[in-house]
Design a protein around this ligand. Structure first.
Ligand code: SAM
Length: 390
């Protein structure tokens, strides 16, 4: 990911102004370290840059939470802001002609609010990695839309490049946590949800893709007779998934299991396991009924809650726990006497989200985008509103 190392400089020289193609929106000071966060806007995308300071040199880098998928925007912003600074090290070619990504195929989480699909038939692939299976499916089913959801940004970018090179028009790429994105999908909208070779996360099971809530969401999103298709080389994960799919809370289910079934296309991971002669397991879960429509009408605004000095005394550094969800204010950045930026983690314990809240004496809002519209996030938001209302 793009970053640059510069010699320490007087940051008061950076002002709210236009730098090349980048608009500097604000600067803010971390109240617990010397680091600064810089708000920028490039090509109508607003995101944050992080100025991480050590004694001899400072690192100007992207911010993970607000980063746009189009990495050239981040490069542009870092390049523009650092002009005139003494650069010690850089992994970006400033002002290099930008590699244009297949932008129309890149979707953000906000695009899924009131989404309309261009094709009637839709499939999802969760964690597509190098994208071999996703690309193969899309090429062979031109009348179906394939939504690939991948949490790892370089993989998402690499597949976007291939979509452009191969001129494929029926893929959307979303660089996000699939467990959250699924909650934004309309009910009864998909024919298949592929989960091929998910990371087993044996030591951190809360990070697994497959869970009871993922199963419930998948069954809601799938049309009647649509299938959730898990493929794994992990014997342990296979049994964990079966346990989940047949769990006590699951009233009714239709499962199909296969062992060592070959597919038309072999992914990089699968090829490795096959060379090692490992067994491969498929578990298919069929949606047996249509599901009720999901109401996405959650309001994530802050109404009349605005910045007051007493907020700083109130904010606890410890996570605030509620029944089944939490919020944790991790960092406070001061923008001015009357404005701050809060970095927080919020939502359910197994699928938390990181966000920023902008607060000044006129308004408050989630910087970049609001949390994903789930019931749990909404309940957390109401608690955050109560908490910040001093
Ligand atoms: C072991 S790789 C398998 C990749 C590909 N499916 C294949 O068969 O080659 C697992 C992939 O899932 C992605 N991943 C893990 N957790 C995810 C999540 N919550 N949402 C979306 N992608 C995820 C990882 O970044 C990684 O690319």
């Amino acid at each position: 990911m793009p970053h640059i190392t510069v010699k320490p400089f007087d940051t008061s020289k950076l002002r709210e102004d236009i730098y090349g193609n980048t608009k500097l929106l604000f600067k803010s000071q971390d109240l617990n370290s010397s680091d600064e966060i810089i708000g920028v806007e490039v090509e109508n995308e607003k995101f944050l840059l992080h100025l991480k300071k050590s004694k001899k040199n400072w690192l100007l880098k992207y911010d993970k939470v607000t980063r746009p998928l189009n990495v050239s925007l981040v490069k542009q912003a870092i390049g523009d802001i650092s002009i005139g600074l003494e650069i010690l090290n850089s992994n970006i070619a400033i002002r290099k002609s930008q590699t244009k990504l297949a932008n129309q195929y890149e979707k953000s989480i906000e695009d899924f609010i009131d989404i309309d699909f261009p094709l009637d038939s839709v499939s999802i692939e969760v964690g597509f990695g190098s994208g071999k299976h996703l690309l193969h499916q899309a090429i062979n089913n031109p009348n179906r839309l394939f939504i690939g959801i991948e949490i790892h940004t370089p993989s998402a970018q690499q597949v976007l490049r291939q979509i452009e090179l191969k001129n494929i028009e029926n893929i959307w790429i979303v660089n996000y946590d699939a467990r959250l994105l699924l909650e934004m999908m309309p009910s009864n909208s998909c024919s298949n949800i592929f989960v091929h070779f998910p990371v087993p996360w044996d030591k951190k099971p809360y990070r697994r893709v497959i869970s009871t809530s993922f199963l419930e969401e998948s069954m809601r999103v799938l049309k009647k007779n649509g299938r959730l298709e898990l493929r794994t080389d992990s014997y342990k994960y296979f049994w964990y998934s079966l346990d989940t799919f047949l769990g006590e809370d699951i009233a009714k289910t239709a499962l199909e299991i296969r062992k060592n079934e070959s597919l038309d296309i072999t992914s990089k991971y699968e090829a490795r396991w096959l060379r090692q002669e490992k067994d491969i397991y498929d578990v298919f879960v069929t949606a047996q009924d249509n599901s009720a429509k999901r109401d996405f009408d959650f309001d994530f605004s802050f109404d009349n809650i605005v910045y007051k000095n007493s907020i700083l005394d109130k904010i606890s550094k410890k996570p605030i726990l509620f029944d089944g969800f939490f919020c944790h204010f991790e960092r406070i950045y001061r923008v001015s006497q009357s404005a701050i930026l809060l970095k927080l983690t919020l939502g359910s314990f197994d699928r938390p989200e990181k966000k920023y809240i902008w607060m000044d004496n006129g308004m408050s809002y989630y910087f970049g985008s609001p949390p994903v519209k789930t019931v749990t996030n909404y309940k957390t938001h109401l608690k955050i509103k109560e908490y910040l209302n001093v």
